[in-house]
Design a binder for this molecule. Structure first.
Ligand code: ZN
Length: 168
């Protein structure tokens, strides 16, 4: 079983499996079309629940279901949110099947990637600037703060005395 962060990365790219809809003749605007149902909040919840269940069955040692679910939900929902910050396409169906309208966020600095593999330099640069750099900063902050927070927590616990020792 791959580590949780790889599962998270796979989950974050699952919504774009919907480009297969074009091959089936489903138009972009259709609720099942590109950036439709697989980019909705309902799909993010349902797929994270399924992936959490599968991951906890297959992986030997995992964090609690709540932690895995929250992590995978953030991974999945971030896909639609980031797509909604791109400057192309027809919007995201966040609320499909309850509301089939497509939405964008008011802030759209990311150039939309062409469907296919020809990545233009400025498209790549806008992703580096608005997605990869912030993600790298968050990762670094986590690496830096995580051990410090854990150490702080354990010294605080030691200072309070663990309940097992108090009874002695
Ligand atoms: Zn997408």
């Amino acid at each position: 079983m791959p580590p949780a962060r790889i599962v998270g990365a796979i989950c974050a790219s699952v919504p774009d499996a919907d480009v297969g809809a074009f091959g089936l003749g489903i138009p972009y605007e259709h609720p099942l079309g590109h950036r439709g149902f697989t980019h909705s909040l309902l799909f993010a919840f349902a797929f994270s629940a399924f992936a959490t269940f599968a991951y906890r069955r297959l992986a030997r040692k995992t964090p609690s279901a709540r932690v895995v679910f929250a992590f995978l939900l953030i991974c999945l929902a971030s896909h639609g949110l980031l797509d909604a910050m791109t400057d192309g396409g027809k919007g995201i169906g966040f609320f499909i099947p309850f509301d089939n309208r497509r939405y964008f966020l008011p802030f759209r600095p990311i150039h939309v990637s062409p469907i296919g593999f020809e990545l233009a330099g400025d498209v790549l640069w806008s992703e580096v600037k608005w997605v990869w750099l912030p993600a790298a900063l968050i990762t670094l902050a986590g690496k830096f703060l995580g051990p410090r927070l854990r150490r702080y927590e354990s010294t605080r616990r030691d200072a309070q005395g663990s309940p097992n020792h108090q009874s002695e």
